[in-house]
Unconditional design. Structure first.
Lengths: 412, 412
């Protein structure tokens, strides 16, 4: 428990101005941002961030995968308290996803500097490379980045070495980006929720319990292409009827299983896709996420059982191919308790919730203590130009980040 | 009832050779044919057909929509007994769809000529224009062709007047193609089944009971695009879950309703179609066919009721747009009885079945007595290079056509 909170306080308007200035780089017509990792816009934004870090009294370095590390020196200890997020966006993204976490980190440094305050620990703000695509930045720090360069090739064909060189990295030194617990004692990431739970529950702050694990499969369903007029119902092998049964089974398992999982079929293609042809082939995706790896395994086993039964009753054939398996990362309970305590002291309402989207903190949590702070997303919208979190809400998140860093600087 | 059958008989090998020669024009690599209506290949094939008609003792004319009419003069009556079909194909079509009906008609004329036989009625073989697309040929004869030229514009942009000029027609004289019952007393079309019913039931000849009516709708289902990770199951408006419920409802109505209907969702697109986005929009087609217009109306009413219930339970919105409404055409019972009787005399097994694909006979049946004769399609496959009906089966169909024409020449 924290007795009283120090007098330090973030500057709402300064944070808001930083968000607005960063959003100018790659600005879209309707308030959104296009700043793909390793693009010219990304490079411009990185230069601005480095200037701001230096102005806030930080020393700046770039590691082999282009992660920018701003470090505000401490007084006593070697291991840093770290925060950060990313400044790359999806092709049509918002102004807050990632950027808020980076800019709130810099705001914390600015507050420390203007109050001539130093922590016992060094304080680091990390800008992770390419969170929206390969996630190479945080994976390299955690020592989990795949070493096959082809895994990273961009849609436009650019190879990873070229990408990293553009941002001051070097693919051939990938391994040097790895860090460990003796270097980073704890990592706390502030992020917009990207969902509608906080808003629906009328809470100001989310204390993240962990970042869900994820299974992704592609399923191929093979039926038989018959004429939709001339083929009686009982002579069909309709791949779309089979696929529809699977979609509903997955949705039912997602809704009815006891737990906090989500289960989604987001992608489906039908072939030959003619109005007068019985569908012969359906490809669809399955995405399931939960904090419990055990529950995820239960769900995928049940889905595969359903598929066997559906194949039998429709005369179709199913093939499952696993595309992704990300293990859940749980937040450190002591850090969650500190964040909750800070919220109480600041008189901010809060709720515990899992993060069902991936974040840089997921990889950081694989080697050090991790926690995340969420602020509400209006209408739960993200990865969209309509993404919005008010200046007040952004400042509340940054304030919780500042006070949490100050609190754990004493306890860690 | 027919006492005995005349001695006339079709020549299997001659018919088979004609099928093979016609299939050379627009031949594809794997035995199929590409002969789009009004194309260079179509024009070449038309010239060959006209030569064969003349060699078989027919006078040949071309009407305003390019229908080729071969006429073998009769002895007594004005109204013709007619047969025919089409020689245009889908982009990757087979050798039998349409062509068999035309070439069997010419074979009937050849048999009459070589036996120096004349019927009481004139005997006509009609090659209908563009059966696979606009169906302008038979519709113009029935007086039902739309008069808006834009309805006929080809995918490559060519207008209908240009198309018709290429094959000796004239768009501005469209109305002159119309004929009536005083000119054509009956129309009998031989065609491959394009389905698997005869083969499955081990029957040699299909006596078609009618050509089904068809309703086609496009349905739009609007949900909400949410992040598949961050949006709890109970906060979703998943358009694909709604669409899957509709697909299964349509399939259930198709299978369980008492009747002979088929109901198909052949086309579906999902948007934004990302693995990690809850589907926001689904477009799908509904195709239902039956001989009973009353049953078709019942089915579409039930489908729309299901949609209302699904919209309610999924939070989505449905819009139905009707794209096609074709009325059923029933075969003339007296003609069906004659065909069945011919089969018995020829010792051919037969079955009654509806045609669930459209045919030129559908329009002809709107103004005169109509019947159709089916022969089996191997594996029920059509509109494919794999389409196949054996020389023996083709000849059996042609023999039934010949004997039916001879029989009704006495009764009509």
């Amino acid at each position: 428990m924290i007795a009283t909170l120090p007098k330090l306080k973030v500057n709402r308007d300064r944070l808001d101005l930083s968000i607005a200035k960063l959003a100018e780089i790659g600005k879209l017509a309707n308030g959104g941002v296009c700043r793909l990792a390793f693009s010219e816009m990304d490079i411009q934004a990185r230069e601005l961030i480095k200037i701001w870090m230096k102005e806030a009294g930080m020393t700046v370095s770039t590691d082999a995968v282009g992660n920018i590390i701003g470090r505000y020196a401490g007084t006593e200890l070697q291991a840093a308290l770290a925060t950060g997020s990313h400044i790359d966006t999806v092709p049509i993204g918002g102004r807050y996803d990632g950027c808020l976490g980076v800019l709130a980190g810099i705001e914390v440094a600015r507050v420390l500097q203007e109050n001539q305050t130093r922590l016992r620990h060094p304080f680091e703000v990390i800008v992770f490379s390419d969170e929206e695509n390969s996630v190479i930045g945080c994976k390299a720090i955690a020592g989990n980045a795949p070493t096959d360069p082809e895994r990273y090739r961009r849609k436009d064909g650019t190879d990873i070495q070229t990408c990293l060189q553009r941002v001051g990295g070097n693919w051939h030194k990938l391994h040097t980006a790895k860090r460990d617990r003796s270097e980073i004692a704890a990592f706390i990431e502030l992020h917009v929720e990207q969902g509608g739970v906080l808003e629906a529950n009328n809470k100001q702050i989310g204390v993240v319990t962990g970042i869900v694990g994820q299974y992704r499969y592609m399923v191929q369903i093979v039926g038989r292409p018959n004429h939709a007029g001339t083929t009686p119902m009982n002579m069909r092998k309709d791949a779309l009827v089979a696929a529809s049964q699977l979609v509903l089974a997955i949705n039912r398992l997602g809704v009815e299983t006891i737990g906090d999982q989500v289960a989604t079929v987001g992608h489906m293609t039908v072939s030959p896709n003619g109005t007068n042809v019985v569908p012969a082939l359906v490809n669809l995706s399955i995405d399931i996420r939960d904090l419990s790896e055990e529950n995820l395994q239960y769900l995928i086993t049940e889905i595969e059982k359903e598929a066997v039964a559906i194949a039998e009753n429709t005369g179709t054939e199913f093939t499952f191919e696993q595309k992704l398996h990300v293990l859940p990362t749980l937040a450190k309970p002591e850090l969650m308790a500190t964040i909750a305590d800070v919220c109480k002291k600041l008189d901010l309402s809060y709720d515990y919730l899992p993060s069902r989207a991936g974040h840089d903190a997921q990889e950081m949590g694989r080697f050090t203590d991790m926690a995340m702070i969420f602020v509400p997303s209006r209408d739960g919208i993200s990865h969209s130009e309509e993404e919005y979190t008010s200046p007040e809400q952004c400042a509340q998140g940054a304030e919780v980040l500042l006070q949490t860093i100050l609190a754990i600087d004493r306890s860690y």
